[in-house]
Design a protein around this ligand. Structure first.
Ligand SMILES: Cc1ncc(COP(=O)(O)O)c(C=O)c1O
Length: 483
């Protein structure tokens, strides 16, 4: 054996114990000792790394030291209780352990036979989730990496449903085809327009629909756009409703949009990447009212279901259309049970498949539906408390409704009237809070201008963290106004 073949069980155990101990401390307050937003300059991490891989095996101790000294300073800690940017997320203890077991088994669940448990657990936990969020039982679910891919696959299925010839002949040079169009609100995530690009519809194949005063899709404008497009020789293909938009977490009216899709014979996709988890609580199940009209729907357990990145749940009531769009089976992938079992490679682009369901299963079993609901409600309550503080504070204003755990607000110092200056001040305020290393916020642009966002979704976040965020905002705003 080469002398670098030293990864025996004892060494694995020793290094593994050290890492598990570190993770336990990290989850138990260790993350707080580090700045939530990496305080490094571009190139600072790469500049400390060798330019080629080591020729000889290195001592694991040296690797561990470099992880501590080089890698960690360049990590923005998404698993930090002060992470309130974008969408707060949690890689929870049970999820991390489930992921560890997935790496240990290292299965590829491309076919049922290449790991029956991978396929069957995935289908089972997605059934649990489907029932948990109150979707109709005919929905079939499987896991993708991200919502971007889930939505892209759904729109590919919509295209297949609209014209099965495209699978064989493609779109290029087809004078016989009218240009397709997909509709979503102008608050929809950019992944929807990107899916149009990927699927050959082009950016012109995407039409953003105006929103109402609460950032929800204007359904009358949707129907008018569809009618106008048809009159102009464009072929409407699908509508995407967003349940929990990226900026404000607004909820498009699913039932009313579904009615339009039914009347207009269009595929109806719902992007609930963030807010879908909320439907595990009965009081939030209204968000999917009208789901009987939905053809496909995505939500991300890696966003607000305490599952380590990545895991995106894609549901459809037409699995056979996904199979028509994507199944292509070379001889080497046939098995004695082909056609009698679900081979998940048939439902999307990828062949290989991680055992993602394992971490989700571990989370659901170790927290239970009740425990998950409690944690979601706690996040929503903390966001409600922060929103109430904003509402009561004359130096700030809330700029959108707060249906879940994200609060959009801005500072409105009375001395500044110019909208551009208010935007600038808010960006500066955010950067000053972020420079503290204690709290990390992100921003967006709304009808009122730049808005800051407090997004609560980490299991370690407490009322004290939210208070600290308030204190930092107050203190930094006072400093800015004094200049
Ligand atoms: C509504 C919505 N859809 C899709 C996405 C993209 O998610 P992913 O990173 O899983 O592709 C996001 C990301 O925040 C989102 O907010």
């Amino acid at each position: 054996m080469a002398d670098d073949d030293h990864w025996d069980a004892d060494l694995f155990r020793r290094e593994g114990h050290r890492m598990v101990d570190w993770i336990a401390d990290y989850l138990d307050g260790g993350a707080r000792q580090m700045p939530v937003l990496a305080q490094v300059e571009p190139g600072e991490i790469a500049g400390q790394l060798p330019t080629a891989m080591p020729e000889k095996a290195e001592d694991p101790e040296a690797v561990w030291q470099d992880f501590q000294n080089i890698i960690l300073p360049g990590v923005t800690h998404w698993n930090h209780p002060g992470f309130m940017a974008y969408f707060g997320i949690t890689g929870s203890g049970p999820g991390i352990l489930g992921d560890l077991m997935s790496s240990a088994l290292n299965v590829n669940g491309m076919l049922w036979r290449t790991c029956p448990s991978c396929t069957e657990l995935e289908l089972s936990v997605l059934d649990w989730l489907r029932d948990g969020i109150g979707l109709p039982r005919e929905f079939f679910g499987f896991l993708c990496d991200t919502a971007s891919v889930s939505s892209m696959l759904s729109l590919a299925a919509a295209r297949e449903a609209a014209d099965p010839e495209i699978r064989r002949r493609g779109l290029a040079g087809r004078a016989d085809l009218q240009p397709f169009r997909v509709y979503a609100s102008d608050q929809a995530h950019s992944s929807i327009a990107k899916a149009c690009v990927t699927l050959g519809l082009g950016l012109d194949g995407f039409r953003g629909i105006a929103h109402d005063a609460d950032y929800r899709m204007d359904v009358a404008a949707l129907e008018a756009a569809i009618t106008e497009d048809r009159a102009n020789g464009i072929r409407p293909l699908a509508v995407v409703a967003t349940v929990g938009t990226t900026s404000t977490t607004s909820v498009d009216p699913v039932a009313a949009i579904g009615e339009v899709c039914r009347r207009q014979h269009l595929w109806f996709h719902v992007d609930a990447a963030y807010a879908g988890s909320a439907a595990l609580c009965p009081e939030h199940r209204w968000i999917f009212a009208g789901a009987e009209h939905v053809d496909s729907l995505v939500f991300n357990p890696h966003k607000w279901l305490f599952t380590p990145f990545d895991a995106s749940a894609l549901y459809t009531r037409h699995p056979e259309i996904f199979r028509r769009a994507f199944s292509l089976v070379p001889e080497y992938l046939t098995t004695p049970v082909t056609g009698r079992v679900v081979d998940l490679m048939d439902y999307g682009v990828q062949l290989g498949r991680r055992f993602r369901a394992l971490k989700l299963w571990w989370v659901m079993r170790c927290f239970g539906a009740e425990g998950i609901r409690e944690r979601l409600r706690h996040h929503i309550a903390m966001a409600g408390g922060f929103a109430a503080w904003i509402d009561a504070n004359p130096r700030f204003e809330r700029v959108a409704p707060t249906p879940f755990s994200v609060v959009c607000f801005r500072a409105v110092p009375s001395a500044i009237g110019d909208p551009a200056a208010v935007d600038e001040l808010n960006m500066e305020l955010m950067e000053r809070v972020n420079a503290s290393g204690e709290i990390y916020l992100s921003h967006t642009r709304l009808d009122t201008g730049i808005a800051l966002r407090v997004a609560i979704g980490n299991l370690g976040t407490t009322e004290d963290d939210v208070d600290r965020c308030r204190d930092l905002l107050e203190k930094e705003l006072t400093c800015l106004c004094r200049r």
